[in-house]
Design a protein around this ligand. Structure first.
Ligand SMILES: [Zn+2]
Length: 191
């Protein structure tokens, strides 16, 4: 049920839609920064919300709405600042875990002649577990917010998840997971 491409989708259309969605939560759009490709992010400043969006999200209305609503969801649900903090914390934890594990596994490899190939395997598994706990739930919540605002991931074009993200680091739901309709869990404000 993909909508046909809308030639008239412009930066202004996107800004208008984002502004309307934000205004329901008494938030103001400060601006959208456009970058090549897909995806997006959101930041909160004193003057409002700054979205960064990939030009590709303008390919059709459903895709544009999903990506904007997903990022607005991060802001409304308090992730936009929290996400940065969590990512920073995740980085700090990852580095600490990396150092401890690497030291431990290397020592074990030397002491008991383990194959050295176990070192990166153990490290990646630990980092994958961390991103599943710290980042993935926020991404699912932002998808649920988007679905509750009439912009489900299942109707949008989402680029395939890179292999490393799909199987190892797992920060976002996969394209396949997102193409399944999810039951909106937030109070709905149909557009
Ligand atoms: Zn997200």
């Amino acid at each position: 049920m993909r909508e046909p491409p809308v030639a008239s989708l412009t930066h202004e259309t996107a800004a208008q839609w984002a502004g309307q969605l934000l205004s329901r939560y008494s938030l103001r759009l400060e601006g959208i920064k456009w970058i090549p490709g897909y995806g997006g992010s959101a930041a909160v400043s004193d003057d409002g919300v700054i979205l960064t969006l990939g030009e590709q999200v303008l390919q059709d209305a459903a895709t544009m709405r999903f990506h904007i609503a997903h990022e607005v969801g991060h802001v409304v649900l308090g992730h936009a600042t929290g996400l940065r903090r969590r990512r920073l914390r995740l980085t700090v934890i990852s580095v600490a875990v990396t150092l401890v594990l690497e030291g431990g596994v290397m020592a074990a490899a030397v002491l008991w002649s383990w194959p050295i190939v176990l070192v990166p395997v153990v490290l990646l598994a630990a980092m994958g577990a961390l991103s599943r706990c710290a980042v993935l739930p926020l991404e699912r919540a932002a998808d649920e917010f988007a679905a509750a605002h009439g912009a489900p991931a299942s109707s949008a074009s989402i680029p395939p998840t890179p292999w490393l993200n799909r199987w190892v680091l797992k920060t976002h739901p996969t394209q396949q997971e997102r193409s399944r309709p999810i039951a909106p869990m937030l109070s709905s404000h149909p557009m």
